[in-house]
Design a protein around this ligand. Sequence first.
Ligand SMILES: [Zn+2]
Length: 327
Amino acid sequence: MGPRPNLLTRRAAGVASTTLALLLSTAAVGAVPAASAFSAAPGGACVEPADSHANARVKPGAAAKHDPNELTAKQVRERDADLAAALRERANFRAGAGATALATVTIPVVVHVIQENSTRAGGNIPDSLITSQITVLNQAYAGATGGAATAFTFRLDKINRVTNPSWYPIVQGSSAERSMKSSLRVGGKNTLNIYLGELSDDLLGWATFPQRNLSSMDGVVALNESLPGGTATNYNQGDTGTHEVGHWLNLYHTFQGGCGGSGDSVSDTPAEASPAYECPTGRNTCSATGLDPITNFMDYTYDSCMYQFTPGQASRMLTAWNAYRAA
Ligand SMILES: [Zn+2]
């Protein structure tokens, strides 16, 4: 199995220094070929508009019945075209204003704890789990667990506890979810709103991708017991949060697009035919070079198995930040 090499200090250099070049070069954001093959994920028929959602993370048993937000090849093309357009806009703006691209970013975080009542089973998780989650995010995005360092750090600004049985569990795509988010969401496009609770359909979490216009739906939803020290066996080291924040920063799943086309639009994540679950060391589902990236945060493996982003993912996130979320 793939032990999580906690707190290694191996860091990939050069992410920040490539920022401006990426920002100004639309070619670097990755054009998606029109013929990009899409390998449908389990339950992939249920797809929402690409601009209003992101991908859920699911447990193995849940995959067959519900994986609400896998992207189609068309949605990937649209998203990447929009990223290129947003970058062009920003490049023009910055050239005119003389501003520079952000190379390091501190993200303010507001955590909304949705509770049915005051019991642990009713969603009343302790503050210590939330502060541990922020620590896990900071380690993961710093490359401190073995992957590439990214530009991002996370600062917990507020824990907002809300008791409302009509929002519990949080049901993905429901009117209650829209009501919850429109009532609670705070901050600008740079503010990470995290909603914690019991979730529908055995989901571990879901997130929105960045958009040019801020939506009240923007944010990350995660299973409360997926936080570090929670009760979600095999998924309680906080990497659901890491994974969903990856979507919030514009990353696709490593299995996006299957073996064909441009996959997840990141060149240094080997192609993968389908999600990997548990920790299948040596899995190799595509003929292209490289074993499946089962240790990547954007796959579906156990928390103990995933511990890294790649330099390409770090660059993609920072590019998207500058295009969409930077002030
Ligand atoms: Zn996902």
